[in-house]
Write a protein that binds this ligand. Structure first.
Ligand SMILES: Nc1ncnc2c1ncn2[C@@H]1O[C@H](COP(=O)(O)OP(=O)(O)OP(=O)(O)O)[C@@H](O)[C@H]1O
Ligand SMILES: [Mg+2]
Length: 233
């Protein structure tokens, strides 16, 4: 499975659902390992039901990680909702080839409900809430009381909810959502992520008391066995 690298000046590309198309590949196995680690981090008093996926900077593999994690969680039979909460550079609707006329921004800014806006995917047990039309004020929408109500509604409807977010360092969206979620994963990309940016991201998350579950290491090349691994803090 080849993944095209994003070129400068092009719009964000859909990412590869390798866990779906090649479930026996070493990379799909690594996503299942991440899933297991998250399941172990979840206990009766510290449940991990809502999960934020972010990284320090752009193009580090946040959307790739969220989409593939959503697939491997759905493969366990749990009801999974993948939310494209990156209302700035959304890609999930392209990855799953979904209509994006309405989505999270619609639910947040109109009377539309989660149930009627969520879309099914060909993956059993996996639903997606796309980003919806681009709003002028993503951070304010995510920080709103309405967002808290929406998260509560999602928690009642699904077993696992995964939020794909923008980078931590440039905008505050991921910080906001990490403060609301049960757990956060930070994606680090080989030969790409800057150490100072990573430290800054960790500090920003600590500031809002985010529960950092671990770091997902996204290898530079898809075809390396070590492409992905996970370690707990
Ligand atoms: N390990 C990898 N090997 C090859 N290509 C990769 C790898 N990880 C990500 N990519 C590619 O890099 C691009 C960016 O990945 P992705 O969209 O998942 O990153 P992102 O962190 O969500 O980016 P953004 O900051 O724009 O939201 C995509 O085209 C993706 O297919
Ligand atoms: Mg992305």
């Amino acid at each position: 499975m080849k993944i095209k690298k994003e070129r400068k000046g092009t719009s964000p590309q859909p990412v590869s659902l390798i866990s779906l198309v090649d479930p026996s590949s070493p990379i799909a196995e690594q996503y299942r390992t991440i899933r297991t680690n998250i399941q172990f981090a979840s206990s009766a008093d510290q449940q991990v039901k809502t999960l934020v996926v972010t990284s320090s900077g752009p193009s580090e593999g946040k959307s790739l990680t969220s989409a593939n994690l959503a697939v491997v969680f759905a493969q366990t039979g749990q009801k999974v909702l993948l939310v494209d909460a990156d209302m700035r550079k959304p890609t999930i609707y392209k990855t799953f080839q979904l209509n994006n006329e309405s989505g999270l921004s619609t639910v947040l800014s109109t009377g539309a409900g989660v149930v009627e806006t969520v879309q099914n995917t060909p993956v059993e047990n996996l639903s997606v809430l796309t980003n919806g039309p681009k709003p002028p004020n993503p951070s304010e929408l995510l920080a709103s009381v309405k967002m808290n109500q929406i998260i509560d509604e999602m928690r009642n409807l699904y077993d696992v909810i995964i939020f794909d977010m923008p980078p931590v360092v440039t905008v505050t969206d991921a910080q906001i959502m990490s403060s609301k979620a049960d757990g956060t994963l930070l994606v680090v990309r080989e030969n790409w992520t800057r150490k100072d940016a990573l430290n800054q991201a960790k500090e920003s998350l600590a500031l809002v008391k985010a529960r950092l579950l671990g770091v997902v290491y996204n290898g530079a090349e898809q075809n390396k066995d070590k492409a992905y691994y996970y370690y707990s803090d």
